[in-house]
Design a binder for this molecule. Sequence first.
Ligand code: NAD
Length: 339
Amino acid sequence: MKVKVAINGYGTIGKRVADAVSLQDDMEVVGVTKTRPDFEAKIAAKRYPLYVAKPENVEQFEKAGIEIQGTIEDLLSRADIVVDCSPNKVGAENKAKYYEKSGIKAIFQGGEKKDVAEVSFNALANYENAIGKNYVRVVSCNTTGLVRLIYMLKTNFRIGRVRATMLRRVVDPKEDKKGLVNGIMPDPVSIPSHHGPDVKTVLQDVDIVTTAFKLPTTLMHVHSLNVEMKEAVKPEDVISVLEQEPRIMLVSAEEGFTSTAKVVEFARELRLRYDLYENVVWRESIGADGNDLFVTQAIHQEAIVVPENIDAIRAMFELADKDESIRKTNETLGIQKVF
Ligand code: NAD
């Protein structure tokens, strides 16, 4: 029997999670929701059973001639789990309004506060903590990128304090209501940014401080990390460790990966929607100065959390252990060492 998955909020993350669920042999999409009958709702209705996220808007869908199967409450009654992909903080409202009443398991995204769920999740770092749980929060794109990399360093070397600067894409490509045309915005202007504390919701014992800036780009985030190692490490040893992990892609400026623009150009050849589920780490950026290790990575914000949502579903229903779940997710999404 496949786990029946509902997706509440068919936006940037929701549509990707729906497509990824559809590729698995142990789960299926029983429906997705939209709030308004726009062009995305029309596309969603062609791909999946469509439900209305806000019951008061049913009439709008009927007027627009878009076939719907009911409201969010109908969808929840037909599902085993809901993956909430609604905007920041709306997930917590949906939990109180719908999920708790229906008794359904739920996954939340990184825009929610950590107390929305029993565990903040990253498949590599704490898959086991989500086993059998009812409410899990997949941490944000930046936090997922940081946690994966720090987890790999921490399990293979003795690490001390981590300092990281996040150079963040200002908005996603589809956004036309806000942006930053000509400027670099310290966000927040004072230290620390929320990313360090968020990493600690998954890796509690990591000493980390982060700062963040918004840049006028929509493509990817870039992270610059400085890790104080407890003993000197050779860059080639760090590269060997990262080469073992499929969810980390090592690229080289020498091969032409000179910026996020080139990384995205490569991804356009590789994947639908140019989705990069992997941390993209520049080989040449891995450098040591005494006990200080430096690494630069790029994160495709629209895609990186997608495999984590699939693994979270498997953990919550005890469908597979960590290695087996990650292997299946990687295989179905095409996550493999390309270089
Ligand atoms: P989005 O705006 O692209 O999509 C949200 C969708 O939810 C929209 O289709 C919207 O119409 C719908 N919605 C609005 N109100 C709703 C409600 N009450 N119930 C159900 N659906 C509702 O947002 P997104 O970028 O996909 O973000 C979703 C979540 O994922 C947020 O928590 C965000 O922080 C997190 N996240 C986003 C990114 C990213 O870069 N886009 C990366 C990682 C995590």
